[in-house]
Design a protein around this ligand. Structure first.
Ligand SMILES: NC(=O)c1ccc[n+]([C@@H]2O[C@H](COP(=O)([O-])OP(=O)(O)OC[C@H]3O[C@@H](n4cnc5c(N)ncnc54)[C@H](O)[C@@H]3O)[C@@H](O)[C@H]2O)c1
Length: 316
């Protein structure tokens, strides 16, 4: 069986690719190595992956058609996207391009493939917007996104439903909840905190630290992905949360990270940022019932692993 992973040089794609290889899958990848964050980090991940990685943009439909024809995947794991809630405020057009047009290209390539693959794609907890009912359940209304990033992810879910309905292709969306671990993204909170703490700068703590996040260790996310990819008998179209089912106080997260890095954090308390949500908390019952998903890693176990990688990678 072959899986084509888009965004394979990315944080989650890299970990997912390694796990599929371990499980004996044939893996191919595609990534455009865009410079949203360190290209060097993406290259450092990619050199560890022993398979064909096409250096193409998913917005280039001809190139994408070529990759589909060459690889003929049984499953497409679509992770390539422009991520980041805050960046979508300053750079809206790249979200439309990669997350909407690029997603349509993926759907079209799947639809016209000689052997139509199962499509498993990354959605996001951000689709829950400012919902206050906790934990977030897949049946909750998600029609009020508060960032363009979230709106594009919700659009993906709608587009995938349409293709499943019209062309009977299986499309499964996974709403990831704040993923972290080794080989993590430098634009995300734990990295920004680690950068500042080690440089002795105060860390920027939004909403004065009054925030809750469901932090999910990357191995748990990958376990959920693999279970969905390998499961038979899932519906033609469905959406599942993949989170940790533990909503952590931001100040506790900072404390665990500071201890793991061996520093005393300085904090700059700031108001809430536009586009940010107060809390995320995943109900994972649906995925548990469907495929037995059960995350194992607490932040007290996972953050020290991230911190160790961070210190090694940055030569500290
Ligand atoms: N990390 C999280 O906490 C999180 C949470 C919710 C959802 N997600 C989603 O999960 C997926 C993977 O996230 P990640 O954290 O690994 O991000 P990432 O940025 O590390 O990985 C995405 C990869 O896609 C590539 N890419 C971007 N635009 C592309 C394009 N036009 N053509 C080809 N490749 C392109 C990038 O170069 C990158 O390597 C994304 O869809 C993201 O929106 C992530």
């Amino acid at each position: 069986m072959k899986v084509l992973i888009t965004g394979s040089a990315g944080f989650i794609g890299f970990h997912a690719a390694q796990e599929f290889l371990r499980r004996g899958w044939d893996v191919a990848g595609i990534d455009n190595f865009c410079d949203y964050y360190s290209v060097q980090l993406k290259r450092a991940r990619a050199v560890q992956l022993p398979f064909a990685m096409y250096e193409n943009d998913i917005c280039d439909l001809d190139a994408l058609r070529f990759v589909f024809a060459e690889e003929s995947p049984d499953v497409v794991l679509h992770l390539a996207a422009q991520p980041g809630v805050r960046y979508s405020i300053t750079h809206p057009f790249v979200y439309q391009k990669t997350n909407v047009e690029g997603f349509l290209n993926i759907l079209e390539c799947c639809r016209h493939a000689a052997k139509v693959p199962k499509l498993v794609f990354a959605s996001s907890s951000s689709v829950y917007g400012g919902n206050t009912k906790m934990p977030f359940e897949e049946t909750d209304q998600v029609d009020t996104p508060i960032s363009l990033y979230a709106a594009t992810k919700k659009a993906n879910e709608l587009m995938a439903h349409t293709y499943a309905h019209l062309y009977k292709m299986q499309t499964i969306g996974l709403r990831f909840f704040t993923v972290y671990g080794p080989w993590y993204r430098p634009d995300m909170a734990l990295s920004l905190f680690a950068d500042a703490m080690l440089a002795g700068r105060p860390i920027k703590v939004f909403n004065h630290g009054d925030m809750l996040r469901d932090f999910t260790y990357v191995d748990d996310i990958v376990d959920g992905i693999v279970r969905v990819v390998e499961a038979d008998g899932l519906p033609l179209y469905d959406i599942y949360n993949i989170g940790n089912h533990r909503s952590e106080k931001l100040l506790d997260v900072i404390d665990v990270l500071a201890k793991a890095l061996g520093v005393e954090p300085k904090m700059e308390m700031l108001p809430m940022q536009a586009g940010d949500v107060y809390a995320t908390y995943a109900s994972i019952e649906k995925l548990h019932k469907a495929v037995g998903y059960e995350p194992k890693t607490t932040i007290r176990e996972g953050i020290p692993v991230f911190a160790k990688w961070y210190l090694d990678y940055h030569g500290e």
